[in-house]
Design a protein around this ligand. Structure first.
Ligand code: PEP
Ligand code: MG
Length: 741
């Protein structure tokens, strides 16, 4: 792969970002997607390396005070300037120019007799490698440039997209979500659809995912979709029945503005909509139904609810992008209050709150918000995230259910009402109000709002559905799971910036124990008495290299199959001893729900040795094991005889070691099949043997979070529990319940 990728290639999110990845998939599946090419993460990395940017960036960010907006803004300005002014390597420039030529079918060489064609307009969209991933939308965080024309303008826009990796709000978002700051970014170059109408569609009602799972919601406006996404117009809203295709509801909005390409100057302009169109229906009924049919097909293709951007140019429908709906948690509902609201709008994120109004005119005022205030504004912008997070509710004048404000408030679980038209006029600074975002109503003063009793009981399944956790902070959000089937220690430890072994070298083992104790303790407390399975440190030698003390790590040619997991823990028992010390203290403190598990184990002797160490220390020695290598799966009976608390498939590694495929090699994704017959054989074998010895069998790789066929197979094979990612708990539970009924 070079710095450029086309829709022909098999690529991963790491190469072309979430947006690019989805566009490639859609194109291959035959959906009407505008022609595009992609500037890969490798291009940004090469650019950053050539200009030695990453080190300089981290140095600047290290000094940021995340409580101080000015400090964040200053760092951002400095980094963006650095990226924008750095020189793009000639090779990358040449490849971009060449791909741009090919996009409109111009011959790659300058041929005699052939006149150069007029360069086409393109949309230049950032495609983040952590963006648009299930469970972590960073909707609208990076920048997009529309109606770009000509090679030099294109190169500038690309560099601006790269720079948008470090806007203040993105730096803050990554910090809040514990994502690394030295990340990468891709860029999608897409033929510009000069749309007369456009908008967004959801294949589920995001305000009410369960009851709304049979609805498709379409929102539309005139011109480019930007006005809608940014919440600058009140769009039309159509509701379509997903089974019959019937249009159930049409709410015609007041669309006074539109963004279009200026026919004279070729730039994007915002202008007033013709009077007769302001309150006219944007999509014809035929267009609504056809678009809904496309949306249904896209959802079927992904087997997951999708959030889709679409555009219509000269009557033809285009799919501009799609991403998984990231917020499908069913929220507690509020009972409707009797009384007269002072304001009504569209409940975009359900829930209720009482608080004091703070009117925010632009991002510079966001810092007025203190915890619990109600953020009232014309329309939120991604720059508002810091204030949105602190507020107890959000009320806006403009916007629809699919605008970024709505998406972000749902992800933050902050009740939000959009499209009230007059919130900033009717609500006054300092006024106390009650917001009932479930019903889209605002009341003066403080009103008690009752929670509606939950319908039915939460689904209980025989096969337990547990959760995988990497950050202790996530535990509170995952408490509805039946336990933690995998708590990874690596992320807890990287935060300190020092390699765990360096603690040992410096004889600071007690500090290491304390970090583990605190992190695991938080999770164990949140889940008590449900079981929490903690995996013993499983960092490969290449993973912690950049941490302090990591420079002493041995260089391995194949770290995946190298010195990690239990084999390393037994060679360097000091770290294991710190872990077991933490385990011992947790049990002493009554948190007896914590069990330790040993990764990448292949010999019973390893289990025996770990037990001896635990016993010598007086720590619990009933270990679980991770089944990640066929050697372990095929000799599972010996492990059961020796005595284990449970056996959990690490299917990510087990696939790698069974199929002989490096799990991180993007060229081999197409054959990385976690349900290969050999895998099915190993799953069945281990589950059967565990049953015989009354040992709990489980799985904690990505497989059950992503594949329904795997859940069905494992449940039918008799597995005792499945451990999945946070956003997959409900959907997997529902499937298990269906399989059990
Ligand atoms: C696995 O291998 O499936 C697993 C859960 O461990 P990791 O992905 O951390 O290697
Ligand atoms: Mg593993």
């Amino acid at each position: 792969m070079t710095f450029i990728a086309t829709t022909e290639e098999e690529l991963s999110i790491k190469d072309v970002g979430g947006k690019g990845f989805n566009l490639i998939k859609l194109t291959k599946a035959g959906f009407p997607v505008p022609e595009a090419f992609f500037i890969t993460a490798k291009a940004y990395d090469a650019f950053a390396e050539e200009n030695e940017l990453k080190g300089k960036i981290l140095e600047i960010i290290e000094k940021v005070d995340f409580e101080d907006p000015n400090s964040m803004q200053k760092a951002s300005d400095e980094i963006k300037k650095m990226i924008f002014e750095a020189k793009m390597p000639d090779k990358i420039k040449a490849e971009i120019k060449d791909a741009y030529k090919r996009l409109y079918g111009a011959p790659p060489l300058n041929l005699d007799f052939v006149k150069p064609m007029d360069a086409p307009f393109v949309a230049v969209r950032s495609s983040g490698i952590t963006e648009d991933i299930k469970g972590a939308s960073s909707a609208g965080q990076y920048e997009t440039f529309l109606n770009i024309k000509g090679e030099e303008n294109l190169l500038k826009a690309v560099q601006k997209c790269w720079a948008s990796l470090y806007t203040a709000r993105v730096i803050y978002y990554r910090h809040k979500n514990n994502q690394p700051q030295d990340t990468s970014i891709c860029v999608v170059i897409q033929r510009m659809v000069n749309s007369e109408k456009s908008g967004v569609a959801f294949t589920v009602d995001p305000r009410n995912p369960k009851e709304g799972s049979n609805h498709i919601i379409i929102e539309g406006c005139w011109g480019l979709g930007e006005t809608l996404v940014q919440g600058n117009v009140e769009p039309d809203r159509y509701l379509v029945d997903k089974t019959t295709g019937d249009i159930l509801e049409k709410v015609i909005g007041k669309k006074s503005l539109e963004m279009v390409r200026d026919p004279m100057y070729g730039i994007t302009i915002q202008r007033n909509v013709l009077k007769e169109n302001v309150e006219a229906q944007v999509l014809s009924d035929m267009e609504i139904v056809t678009l809904a049919a496309y949306c249904k097909k896209i959802e079927q293709y992904y087997n997951y609810p999708e959030d889709i951007e679409w555009a219509i140019e000269r009557g033809k429908i285009y799919i501009i992008q799609t991403r998984a709906v990231t917020t499908l948690e069913e929220k507690e509902k509020t009972k409707e209050v009797e009384g007269t609201p002072i304001l009504e709008g569209w409940g975009a994120s359900p829930g209720a709150a009482v608080g004091v109004v703070k009117i925010i005119r632009d991002a510079t005022e966001v810092w007025k918000i203190t915890k619990g205030d109600i953020l009232v504004t014309k329309m939120t912008n991604p720059d508002f995230v810091v204030g949105m997070e602190k507020s107890s509710a959000i009320v806006t004048d403009e916007g629809g259910v699919t605008c970024h404000a709505a998406i972000v408030s749902r992800e933050l679980s902050v009740p939000c009402i959009v499209g009230t038209k007059t919130a900033t006029q009717i609500l006054k600074e300092g006024m106390k109000i009650t917001v009932d975002a479930t019903h889209g109503k605002v009341y003066a003063g403080e009103i008690a709002i009752e929670m509606e009793e939950k319908k039915g009981v939460e689904i209980k399944t025989k096969v337990q559905v547990k959760v995988n956790i990497a950050f202790p902070e996530t535990a509170d959000k995952a408490k509805h799971a039946d336990g933690v089937g995998l708590l990874r220690l690596e992320h807890m430890l990287t935060k300190t910036g020092m390699h765990p072994i360096e603690y040992v070298r410096q004889e600071r083992g007690e500090e290491l124990t304390k970090i583990i104790l605190d992190g695991v303790g938080k999770v164990a407390q949140a889940f008590y008495p449900k079981p929490v399975w903690v995996r013993s440190l499983d960092a490969r030698t290449d993973e912690f290299k950049n941490m302090k003390g990591g420079e002493n790590e041995p260089v391995e040619i194949n770290p995946m199959l190298g010195w990690h997991g239990v084999r390393r823990s037994l060679d360097q028992p000091e770290i294991l001893k710190c872990e077991l010390n933490a385990l011992k203290r947790l049990h002493e403190n009554g948190l007896t729900n914590v069990v330790w598990e040993l990764p990448f184990i292949i010999n019973v002797s390893e289990l025996k040795r770990a037990k001896e160490i635990a016993e010598e220390m007086g720590a619990p020695s009933n270990f679980g094991i991770m089944v990640e290598v066929p050697a372990c799966a095929l000799t599972i009976e010996d492990f059961c005889k020796e005595g284990i608390a449970f056996a959990s498939f690490g299917s990510n590694d087990l696939t790698q070691t069974t199929l002989g495929i490096d799990r991180d090699n993007e060229n081999l994704i197409k054959i990385f099949d976690e349900m290969h017959p050999a895998m099915q054989f190993l799953f069945k074998h281990v589950i059967e043997v565990c049953k015989k010895y009354n040992v709990e069998s489980s799985i904690c790789g990505e497989l059950p979070s992503n594949r329904r066929d795997a859940v069905e197979f494992l449940v039918k094979a008799g597995i005792d529990s499945l451990s999945v990612n946070l956003d997959a708990i409900d959907k997997v539970r529902e499937q298990v319940s269906e399989l059990e009924s």
